[in-house]
Design a protein. Structure first.
Length: 282
């Protein structure tokens, strides 16, 4: 019997999303479930950072330990409710996902809190290794001019740091990321999870710190439908994790608490993930 193919989908969620996902992965590993063994890892925004980290040679415990240490090189940021409302309006009134992304990129042009060089350096500092991993890793971003989805991988004309920075380029917060002459914005503009990109895989686990999306096609029910008969488990923050994450997902002072909460939450979701993720005897 053939071994089922597996995909791990890591969604967007800011600094605290990185921490929560890291805690979840470490907690599940503690219970014998190693999500790093996925045949494919798909990362969006925060998930792009975590995807690059778990495809490195560092252990889950080493990655978790990094979340326990305060970082002095993080750039504080916040997106105002006014900007959030503007973003939602632009997306909901657009004719297509591509049009929505173009509109958001246009309205966010010039509105950010860090220059591109500093932003690339900040993202690069989160990556344990600079080279693309040998095992498949997809990193999502959106072409700021066309609105089209871009999937970066080790065949792309982009360094790993450039790809992750592009995926994390939140409109109204961070500048677009220039890769090979093209400007890209956050992959979460298309969908906070991009779960449907795992189509064709037998078993799928998604860690989704954020699931709300203005457009129906970007929401989880629609994207789950696209996966057909795949066995899928989606894990999002529970009440305790949401409290630890706090109201601002870009606040680095909440990272440690979010990681601890994610690891604790893994205990409750271990059985549901185990039902989907192949074991050694399958």
């Amino acid at each position: 019997m053939a071994t089922p193919s597996t995909a791990l989908v890591l969604g967007s969620g800011g600094i605290t999303g990185i921490a929560w996902e890291t805690g979840m992965i470490a907690g599940l590993r503690e219970h014998g479930i190693d999500l790093r063994n996925a045949d494919l890892v798909i990362g969006t925004s925060a998930g792009a950072v975590v995807g690059a980290q778990i495809r490195s040679t560092l252990s889950t415990e080493e990655l978790y330990a990094r979340q326990m240490m305060p970082r002095s090189d993080e750039i504080p940021a916040r997106i105002s409710m006014k900007r959030v409302a503007e973003w939602i309006y632009l997306v909901k009134t657009a004719r297509s996902p591509e049009s929505a992304a173009r509109r958001v990129a246009k309205h966010a042009a010039g509105v950010y809190v860090a220059d591109p060089v500093a932003r690339l350096a900040a993202v690069s500092s989160r990556l344990p290794e600079t080279a693309w991993p040998k095992r498949p890793l997809w990193i999502t971003a959106v072409n700021a001019k066309t609105g089209a989805l871009k999937i970066f991988n080790n065949d792309s004309h982009a360094t790993l740091a450039e790809a992750v920075t592009a995926s994390c380029a939140i409109p109204f917060v961070w500048p677009p990321s220039l890769v090979d002459g093209v400007e890209y914005i956050d992959g979460g503009v298309r969908s906070p999870v991009n779960l449907n990109l795992a189509k064709g895989y037998d078993r799928v686990v998604a860690l989704a710190p954020v699931t709300l999306a203005p457009r129906r096609a970007a929401r989880l029910p629609a994207q789950l439908h696209e996966l057909g008969h795949a066995r899928v488990t989606v894990v999002s923050p529970d009440a305790a994790s949401l409290h630890a994450i706090g109201p601002n997902t870009l606040d680095p002072t909440h990272a440690k608490a979010a990681a601890v909460a994610g690891r604790e939450q893994a205990k409750a979701f271990e059985s549901s993930v185990r039902e989907v993720w192949p074991t050694d005897d399958e």
